[in-house]
Design a protein around this ligand. Sequence first.
Ligand SMILES: C[C@H](NC(=O)[C@@H](N)CCCCN)C(=O)O
Length: 474
Amino acid sequence: MNERRKRWTVLVLVSVVMAMGYVFWDIVSPISTSLKASLEEGGMGWSAAEYGFYAGSYSIFNIFLLMLFFGGVILDKCGIRFTGLLATGVMLLGAIINYAALTMVSPLLEIDVPFTLFGLIPGHLKTQVLVASLGFGLFGMGCDITGITVSKIITKWFIGHELASAMGLQVAMARLGTASALSFSPLIAQGFGLSASLLAGAGVLLFGFVLFVIYTFYDRHFDREQAVRRTGRIAGSAVSIDAKSETKEDSFRLRDICVILRNPGFWLLALLCVSFYSSIRPFMKFATDLMINTFGVAETTAGWLVAAIPYGTIVLTPLFGTLYDRYGHGARLLLGGSVLLLVADLLLAFPLSHSAAYALVIMLFVGIAFSLVPSAFWPSVPKLVPLAQLGTAYSIIYFVQNIGLMLVPVWIGGIVDRHTVRSNDGLSSLHVDYTIPMVVFAAISLLAVATSLTLLLSDGTKKDGLEQANMSQQ
Ligand SMILES: C[C@H](NC(=O)[C@@H](N)CCCCN)C(=O)O
């Protein structure tokens, strides 16, 4: 197999592994209403607060046990193969615990929670919710560590080649995973029961684990070839390189963390990541409700309007990635995406029309923004951070991103509660005015605009290469 074919095969393998993670991540979202239904109606009787706690538990280990940070250190210290197997294994284990909670732990047992952590934890929790959350937290830890591992794998194989196209395709596969979960999970649950969706999700993760095992053979082969090349280059010298070990670039020293933390470019990227993703991901959690309340569409139509976001990104992310590879202008792509998101937020806060067509156009704007920024953001990180520190750098970025992803929905949820009024039309009793929540999202997007503008300006003076094409050879 020639080099080019090998690296694209690797891309397919690891993108599918990652997409499997995204499938499980959203497997419960479309069936949450059924989960909240009573036992007699075939649900599990979860309260909205319990569901919110379960959904937020994805980030619990990543944030409170600093697992993302340690994951990055393990990646840089122990290498891709070890970390990838560990992370995909933990994802699978978490998913199995999550599934087992829904089938084996009674939803009738409740416990009183001794501390509520500033209102983030409900005062009473079903033991089933607690066990499911433990599983989902473990899954989240494995999933995000798989994320940094996959980013490092793609960088390792594609640096100097089609790096942004490759990362764009990987993100497109991830979005396909999200879209598939949203589309198929309700069908599986309707046909075979709620827990069947989770079982299907766990099955999908087992498939991902097997694919990662296959990838390790490619990885070992790559390292051996690199070692042979190096040995060739230093032929005659007394230095010997162990062909079994990973490449020298992968070795990590603890003081590298200080190097990363002292890099202002890194902090700009981390700030852009948390502001952009905190503005778009939590928005997507509230978007269906916003469609119903602001544009008066039915729940199913609202779901389809919001689904236009991930479906649109499947095509656009690799397209923008290819443009970045060939023509550069990464900082401009970041700025363009952030500005577009800001405009979309404002057009939803102060709608010019209340038609479904208007809402669809805005969702397409959001989809374009959600393609522009990720396609330029992730391949830009290796331009500001050396390969030896890349795993740690990605993990710190994910860590900062997770803080926003955990806090912003809680914040917006509180604002939504305060802007919910009982309507008099006798049909839907509650109405939410989304003006203020959307203004808050717009303010967070404005921070993303300011950060990407700073990145563009500093690239002009420091020449970090964000505006340069990624491909140095075909
Ligand atoms: C590519 C990018 N990834 C992330 O934002 C990661 N934090 C997600 C990690 C894996 C899934 N939990 C994206 O999805 O845009």
